[in-house]
Design a protein around this ligand. Sequence first.
Ligand code: HEC
Length: 147
Amino acid sequence: MIGTKMRLWIFFALCLGFWPRGGEAADPEVLKPRVPAEQIEEARTWVNPFPSTHENIAKGKAIFHGKAFCVTCHGKDGKGLQNIPGLRGKLPRNFTDKSWQKVRADGELLWILKNGSPGTAMAPFIPLVLTEEEAWHVVLYVRSFEK
Ligand code: HEC
């Protein structure tokens, strides 16, 4: 999923203080749907069964920082590390980007957690790392970066 070499690079990037600039307008490339056209209609109908309560968001946060290691690429602040060597043009998503948040349905985010984003470092997490229930909690946490 993520090799030792990549982990090292991420570590160095962090040490050097290459933090991303946040809150910028999205690259139009980022707004293009990631779910294939023939599946997107269905994915958009999937509704998060868990309400966005403080408790559920906290559960998602624990997973994001813990066993799912989302934080390694998407950062503590959700802005996504922007200087990971080798990921040029396919960088981790900046979750604080409001225009990106707006164009994505919750179901599309769950689809990504099931399938990954093919051709990028974003791997599938369901079912190997996360159950679907856990993934929905992480989606609540991802949504909380919009605020
Ligand atoms: C190895 C680095 C890495 C890890 C770990 C990682 N991601 Fe990603 N993620 C990426 C990259 C790179 C992209 C951009 C993919 C693209 O542009 O299609 C991305 C994109 C996304 C997207 C946006 C897809 C879209 O529709 O635009 C979501 C949501 C997401 N990740 C959630 C997560 C969650 C939740 C976790 C932890 C369970 C996680 N990621 C772990 C690298 C990572």
